[in-house]
Design a protein around this ligand. Structure first.
Ligand code: H79
Length: 440
């Protein structure tokens, strides 16, 4: 199970599966993504009406399909204010947002002409709820991502439906599968044509092979429409970057681009019984760990069916925003930080590699230490505060090439409510001593 799950989370990217060692061909379009660091994921659909598990609740028979679909009648979007959503996302410091255009339940949030169920035809909302959000986001200079589920358990020509019961097997009725392929690719084209998303975030690729999904053709279709569109790593080996889900990587992934998607509480969509909210401090630390390891965080919120964002989600986004704005130069456009062993905490590096940003994991610890830093330090300042800090070089042996330890005093009055960030200006590009204390 562990192995299965691991392979699900870390599916191969297009570059890896095609052994593209030099990834520069896609590096250009990936630049905004690499610089953005923080995205907001939005799970919104008819499951947000009663607050049941998105799609999985009926698939896993926790609720009947009929009762699940009865939520169509309750999807009003009566308090949906897309510009307020976009402004809140902007305030959080996120540079991109990804919304569920269609989850595994097959309910599209736009007026699809390709068939299937959608909120324009089948709910009292009676309107395309995606278009105004994408335009509000663009007004705020937020990049737009479209989550699109390959799985569609509602569509009559999709093989799987409820857990343990398939409608048919593809090998027994390939023509029926072709019908599904036509349908999903027709919908995908609509999403591309209607919204021209900067990012397509596929999900559910694990139910079929790349060949069955026609993943190569779909990748080409997306890039023919717009060569700058980024594709997440869930197109059966034809995506651009990896997408671990909920589980934080412990060691630094050996990947050029990756993104952890994670919920603020324990669920993707709104579920009133779930009060297990992560605190702003916890989320900020997780975010700092992501960027320290060269990844992004895609933080998920679950608005209610009427479009209201919960006070808990608002609180987290606003607190995160205070911190990201204060510390922006240590976050956006940076590179992964120090490898393990040099500093007890996350860090990032300016793009020119001459400023090291240290994210202090604790409070009350007034002495921070950097090991193996083989540069001269020009200055150490507190980000978002500007105060210059004193430091000592400890244990430097004159005849040894091993750098001394840098001890930095951080007075209590400059400490951030969440995570204090220091900027260590170096005399040139970062140089590290990586040895075991000997001459080499
Ligand atoms: O939309 C949210 C979730 O509904 C969806 N992705 C996020 C963004 C998601 N649901 N479940 N999962 C992701 C993980 C699913 C894992 C499993 Fe499996 C699918 C367990 C069994 C089938 C992967 C494939 C692990 C084993 C086989």
């Amino acid at each position: 199970m562990f192995l299965l799950f691991a392979s699900f989370s870390w599916s191969q990217t297009f570059a890896q599966s095609h052994q593209i060692v030099n990834q520069d061909s896609i590096a250009h379009k990936m630049q905004w993504f690499a610089d953005a660091k923080l995205g907001i994921f939005i799970h919104w659909g008819i499951y947000s009406v009663k607050g049941v598990g998105e799609s999985w609740s009926f698939h896993n028979k926790q609720i009947s399909y009929k009762d699940y679909m009865a939520q169509l009648k309750g999807f009003t979007a009566a308090n949906y204010h897309p510009q307020q959503w976009a402004d809140l996302i902007k305030e959080s410091g996120a540079r991109y947002a990804v919304i569920t255009t269609k989850h595994h339940d097959g309910v599209a949030l736009w007026n699809s002409k390709c068939g299937g169920i959608n909120v324009v035809k089948n709910t009292p909302a009676h309107r395309d709820v995606l278009a105004p959000l994408f335009s509000a986001l663009r007004k705020d200079s937020i990049k737009c991502g479209a989550y699109f589920s390959l799985i569609d358990w509602s569509y009559p020509d999709y093989p799987a439906f409820l857990k343990d019961s398939n409608r048919y097997e593809i090998r027994n009725d390939p023509a029926r599968w072709e019908k599904f392929l036509d349908y999903y690719q027709c919908q995908l084209k609509e999403v591309l044509n209607n919204y021209n998303p900067d990012l397509i975030w596929f999900d559910g690729d694990w139910e079929h092979s790349a060949k069955e999904w026609q993943a190569a053709k779909v990748r080409k279709m997306i890039l023919d429409h717009n060569p700058n569109t980024i594709i997440n790593g869930r197109l059966a080996g034809y995506g651009d970057y990896d997408t671990p889900e909920q589980n934080f990587p412990v060691t630094r992934p050996n990947l050029r681009w990756w993104e952890l998607c994670m919920t603020v509480n324990d669920n993707w969509g709104w579920q009133p019984q779930d009060t297990n909210w992560k605190t702003p401090y916890q989320i900020i630390r997780i975010f700092a760990d992501c960027i320290s390891m060269g990844g992004n965080l895609l933080l998920d919120i679950g608005p209610k069916g009427d479009g209201t964002i919960t006070p808990q989600d608002i609180h987290v986004l606003k607190e995160l925003g205070k911190w990201t704005h204060k510390n922006s130069k240590a976050i956006y456009g940076t590179l992964a930080g120090l490898p393990e062993g040099h500093f007890y905490g996350p860090s990032t590096l300016s793009k020119d590699s001459t400023t090291l940003y240290l994210f202090l994991p604790g409070k009350g610890n007034e002495q921070e230490v950097i090991k193996g830093l083989d540069n001269k330090i020009k200055s150490i300042t507190v980000v978002g505060n500007g105060m210059q800090l004193h430091y000592d070089i400890v244990g430097k042996i004159s005849w040894s090439p091993v750098p001394g330890l840098v001890y930095i005093k951080v007075p209590a009055n400059v400490q951030d409510e969440y995570m204090t960030v220091l900027a260590v200006k170096l005399d040139g590009k970062l140089k590290l001593y990586r040895g075991q204390g000997g001459l080499k």
